[in-house]
Design a binder for this molecule. Structure first.
Ligand SMILES: NC(=O)C1=CN([C@@H]2O[C@H](COP(=O)(O)OP(=O)(O)OC[C@H]3O[C@@H](n4cnc5c(N)ncnc54)[C@H](O)[C@@H]3O)[C@@H](O)[C@H]2O)C=CC1
Ligand SMILES: O=C(O)CCC(=O)N[C@@H](CCC(=O)O)C(=O)O
Length: 489
């Protein structure tokens, strides 16, 4: 049985129940273990607490040595890790190679972000000096999603460690092997014991960790449903820091473009990359009700019909791999059926290619006629909803008619229209003539509404990994030149 829990520098067998990981493309079990029991979660928290003081007392440069060693190891093991991500998620190898690249790039970016956003500022004063410095929170839990099982948890872990926190990592139960391989590299990098701990398991493991009184914070990337539960759970604990990166129902608007193929490429890249399993993916496409709108839609259907779906290791490589599981694929087909039942018109019906696997074809559905009854839900897969519009301001209003606010975009040759769109659209990522997926790690990454809680990650992760300390410092106490009224010395 795999020793799946990494606690205080030891790989241990779980004391919970059997868990497994499936390859959603080749339908094989690729990993089996036992989940962490609540007692083991408690041991991981204690290990992280014990490791905290010495780790936080290292200088930033000393911590950076370990983190850079980890980046070098990622480079050495990049093919193996890319293959593991592909096997566990179904994503094609061309894409998982970029995921490992993003993990490596995260280290230099987080170093810059730490110094720029949470470094030390020294200001001279008439007497002594004023300082702004930053300190780590302590023991933090990191919760990861399955769609980027390496890159997204890494986006919390690297800045958390650089800032001096110690970590308990709870990965998605759908991607335990990627988590194990990643933590093995941290171990190889020589991280002192207890600085990073790994607890594997399902929801009950997550609950045991999130509710543990010994954590000082929780950094979460995952669904809005879970994020909201955590937010409720953290209510009444103002001292604990909670960073939530959640889902979206992201709009992409099109009006007045000169290059239809470039526009269709941006739409496809926004809606169908990673089989639609990115939180930034466009879910709603707004096309004008005119000749150009018709032409874009016709070309979009033509290109989408030809999208290659296939095994992660197929040659030539497919654009889309399998979804994370056959269950996720079934849920997407059920979401499509629900929209059809409400009266939406399927322009290209999404098909589940094999009921046992995660393979689906991309779907496009016209929901213009059912806007008043359409659920405002994130359908996390390759299903694009088309909305035809006549009035641009009404289209923006409808684009904003969501509880989410993660990414949004405009495809148009009109610069003034973009300024107008930018002023009115509500989202944390707003692009012009670019796909709305593929956000940069060198920029803040987060959304408003039910997409997040105003603690953007990526470049701004440094902000939630440390708290600011303001100090006024004098080498020795001095009597002031004049005393306040009523004092006698
Ligand atoms: N805004 C962002 O940065 C991103 C958001 N996402 C969102 O993530 C979702 C897909 O990821 P999933 O893995 O399905 O998310 P999920 O919410 O199901 O799971 C995320 C993590 O929370 C844990 N968890 C689930 N229920 C829990 C509970 N009641 N208490 C404590 N822990 C619990 C899971 O075990 C997992 O480790 C999509 O909604 C997507 O939009 C994904 C990537 C990036
Ligand atoms: O976290 C970062 O370093 C940048 C944000 C990022 O990588 N976003 C990706 C993934 C989004 C998702 O999780 O689904 C993107 O925008 O495509």
């Amino acid at each position: 049985m795999t020793k799946a829990q990494f606690i205080a520098g030891q790989w241990l067998e779980g004391q919970g129940h059997d868990i497994a990981s499936q390859d959603p493309a080749k339908k094989q079990t690729i990993w089996q273990a036992k989940s962490a029991s609540p007692a083991q979660v408690g041991e991981a928290v204690s290990a992280a607490r014990q490791a905290f003081l010495p780790w936080s007392e290292f200088s930033f440069e000393e911590r950076l040595v370990f983190v850079k060693r980890f980046a070098a190891l990622l480079g050495e093991h990049k093919d193996e890790l890319a293959l593991t991500i592909a096997r566990e998620t179904g994503k094609p190898l061309w894409e998982t190679a970029t995921e490992v690249g993003a993990m490596i790039g995260k280290v230099a970016i987080s170093e810059r972000a730490y110094k720029e956003r949470t470094g030390t500022v020294e200001n001279p004063m008439p007497l002594g000096k004023a300082y702004i410095r930053h300190k780590p929170h302590g023991v933090v839990a990191v919760f990861g999603p399955y769609n980027f099982p390496g890159h997204l948890p890494n986006g919390h872990i690297v800045p958390a460690l650089l800032a001096g926190n110690t970590v308990i990592f709870k990965p998605s139960e759908l991607t335990p092997l990627v988590a194990q391989k990643t933590v093995e590299l941290w171990e190889k990098a020589g991280l002192p014991q207890g600085v990073i701990n790994l607890v594997q398991g399902e929801v009950e493991t997550g609950k045991a960790l999130a509710s543990h009184p010994g954590i000082d914070g929780l950094f979460f990337t995952g669904s809005s449903r879970t994020g909201k539960l955590l937010h409720e759970q953290f209510g009444g604990h103002p001292g604990k820091i909670l960073a939530l990166e959640m889902g979206g129902n992201n709009p992409l608007l099109v009006r007045g473009v000169s290059d239809i193929d470039a526009t269709v490429h941006d739409i496809v890249q926004s809606a169908f990359v990673t089989s639609g399993q990115r939180c930034t993916c466009s879910r709603r496409l707004f096309l004008e009700q005119n000749e150009q709108g018709d032409a874009i839609l016709a070309r979009l259907l033509e290109v989408t019909r030809q999208i290659q779906v296939g095994d992660y290791d197929a040659e030539p490589q497919p654009f889309m791999g399998a979804m994370i599981s056959s269950r996720a694929a079934q849920q997407m087909v059920a979401a499509q059926k629900q929209l059809q039942d409400l009266g939406a018109e399927s322009l290209l019906e999404m098909q589940h290619l094999d009921p046992e696997s995660g393979f689906v074809t991309p779907g496009i559905i016209d929901v213009t006629g059912i806007l008043d009854k359409m659920p405002d839900e994130e359908h996390f897969g390759p299903l694009l909803k088309v909305i035809r519009y006549s009035d641009f301001d009404q289209a923006i209003e409808e684009a904003n008619n969501t509880v989410f606010g993660l990414s949004a975009g405009l495809l148009s040759d009109d610069a003034e229209l973009y300024q107008h769109f930018f002023r009115r659209i509500r989202a944390g990522i707003v692009n012009w003539n670019r796909p709305i997926t593929g956000a940069s790690s060198a920029a803040p990454f987060g959304g408003i509404g039910e997409s997040g809680n105003h603690r953007a990650s990526a470049y701004y992760a440094a902000d939630y990994c440390a708290y600011p300390v303001a100090s006024v410092e004098l080498e020795k106490s001095d009597m002031p030149d004049s005393l306040n009224p009523g004092l006698k010395f």
